[in-house]
Design a protein around this ligand. Structure first.
Ligand code: 21W
Length: 247
């Protein structure tokens, strides 16, 4: 676990209704009810002053589609936070951002407040990334329709790292990715499901054998599905090739 004390998340979006769902279940809902985290959704259109509440405009130089204007975004951030400080960080969710991962989630969990800006349309005026945001973050190499789903992903991953959010049942310290190995395969009853049997070793009580089986099974599954992770792992098995391991 990384951050101590409460943490506040602000989300700036043109679709505030989008966030009615994602945070009203399970771990995140309980953490919010217990006051460990707070989530405030802000409608970007509150910072427009024309009749049509315009948040977008055409890109200079031509091109497809529309961009979110800088003005309403700057005014929103400056009114949500009249004062900026070290513990408050602005995160722009964009397809061009740095790839979000568990290490960045850990870094974010040390801050007091995050303000997540959700991009839409063909993008956001670059002056937001250059002069307003502390971070520009993508959640992966695929194209989404906007930053809302990405903001929900970031909040979920960061919130569960806060002290007390997971409760005593499981410490975030032991979660996957901390040792560059995927979780080992797991099974529950029945031991024989449609003829597919749970591994015999897991049904016995030999804890040392079980530990060894789990480590080897995790290593094999990681090698098969996520060889990129294994490169950085102490569990990587060196082949006959003795050249230095590189990207
Ligand atoms: C996706 C906006 C692609 C703009 C040239 C002209 C936030 C996202 C987003 C979006 C483009 C994240 C183009 C992973 C994502 C997001 C909306 C570029 C194509 N090129 N993480 N037009 N993937 N996506 N438009 O898409 O705002 S975090």
């Amino acid at each position: 676990m990384c951050g101590f004390g409460n943490m506040k998340f602000h989300v700036l979006t043109i679709f505030p209704e989008f966030f009615r769902g994602p945070f009203e279940h399970g771990v995140i809902e309980r953490a919010a009810s217990a006051g460990l985290i707070a989530i405030e959704i802000h409608d970007l259109r509150n910072w427009t002053y024309d009749r049509h509440r315009t948040v977008d405009d055409r890109p200079f130089g031509g091109g497809e589609g529309m961009l979110l204007k800088a003005g309403p975004i700057f005014e929103a951030v400056e009114s949500i936070w009249p004062e900026r400080s070290e513990g408050k960080k602005v995160v722009l969710l964009s397809a061009q951002g740095r790839k979000f991962d568990q290490a960045l989630a850990r870094e974010f969990s040390a801050f007091d407040e995050l303000l997540l800006i959700c991009g839409r349309y063909e993008g956001v005026d670059e002056r937001v990334a250059e002069h307003l945001a502390d971070y520009e973050v993508s959640i992966g190499d695929y194209v989404l329709s906007g930053g809302e789903l990405a903001a929900a992903v970031v909040i979920d991953a960061v919130a569960r790292l806060k002290e007390g959010v997971l409760g005593n049942e499981r410490s975030a310290v032991f979660e996957s990715f901390s040792d560059n190995l995927l979780d080992c395969p797991q099974y529950t009853r029945p031991a024989d499901f449609r003829g597919w049997k749970a591994p015999e070793v897991l049904l016995g009580g030999n804890h040392e054998q079980i530990r060894q089986w789990r480590l080897e099974a995790a290593r094999q599954k990681t090698a098969r599905l996520r060889p990129d992770l294994l490169k950085g792992s102490c569990y990587a098995e060196r082949g006959n090739d003795q050249s230095p391991q590189q990207e």
